[in-house]
Design a protein around this ligand. Structure first.
Ligand SMILES: CC(C)c1onc(-c2c(Cl)cccc2Cl)c1COc1ccc(-c2ccc3[nH]c(C(=O)O)cc3c2)cc1
Length: 232
């Protein structure tokens, strides 16, 4: 049947894309990824700084998701805590898949590989990065997929499950139509995008162990990361 994006849905896409592009990590933070010297400690410190900055960006972006601020306040926190890691996997994946002239992506990849995390997480993590790159998502798809990840109803401690589910379904419907219109030759494209959300959950479980292994090697996190990831 003819797939049509309504006027409201077009406004929704514009609001989310504007918010997604408006909230970016400050240049001085991302520039340090290029400048500072290499060592496992330095790489970990830089990634911690970038992750902390990314969480702040994520909070600002989330506040601009239409309908998010009308959710119960405790649920807003529960959604942010529950989705931060997955949103950051998506964001770092999008950055790594843009082949930047400055060699920025290679430097970022190198620092992630040499940040003191155990080998067992490298393979699934970089397979995920590769699978995101192969999708060649548009900006709208990236912004919507991040929004859908944030609006996942079954995060721990979410009380108004239905309210979050309604919001997520609105976004899923928009993304489904966008995929049909922007990837007409690939009828399975939308399903492939949703498959990445499943992969993100797996990476989220790995990440809990990653944090533990960093903690045991006496790595320090910032107060914001400790709060959002329930690290002591
Ligand atoms: C606390 C640190 C060590 C950490 O723990 N887990 C992860 C961790 C790891 Cl490795 C992998 C995946 C997820 C996490 Cl959450 C991280 C590092 O997390 C990030 C790494 C890079 C970026 C990143 C890098 C460059 C960027 N450029 C821009 C831009 O807008 O230009 C955004 C951006 C974000 C964000 C989070």
């Amino acid at each position: 049947e003819k797939v049509e994006i309504t006027k409201e849905q077009r406004a929704l896409i514009k609001a989310i894309l504007d918010a997604y592009n408006r909230h970016q990590i400050p240049q001085d933070v991302t520039k340090k990824l290029l400048q500072e010297q290499y060592s496992a400690e330095e790489n970990f410190l830089l990634l911690t700084e970038v992750a902390t900055s990314q969480v702040q960006v994520l909070v600002e972006f989330t506040k601009n998701i239409p309908g998010f601020l009308s959710l119960d306040r405790e649920d807003q926190i529960a959604l942010l805590k529950g989705s931060a890691v997955e949103a950051m996997f998506l964001r770092s994946a999008q950055v790594l898949s843009k082949k930047m002239p400055s060699g920025y992506t290679e430097v970022l990849e190198e620092r992630i590989r040499k940040s003191g995390m155990s080998e067992e997480f490298m393979t699934p993590m970089f397979n995920f990065y590769k699978s995101i790159e192969e999708l060649h998502m548009t900006q709208e798809e990236q912004a919507l997929l991040t929004t859908i990840t944030i609006l996942t109803p079954d995060r721990p401690y979410v009380k108004s499950h239905e309210a979050v589910e309604r919001l997520q379904e609105t976004m899923l419907d928009v993304l489904r139509k966008l995929c049909v219109l922007q990837h007409p030759q690939e009828p399975q494209y939308f399903a492939r995008l949703l498959g990445r959300l499943t992969e993100l959950r797996t990476l989220h479980h790995y990440h809990v162990e990653m944090l533990t292994s960093w903690k045991t090697n006496d790595h320090k996190f910032t107060p914001l990361l400790c709060e959002i990831w329930d690290v002591q």
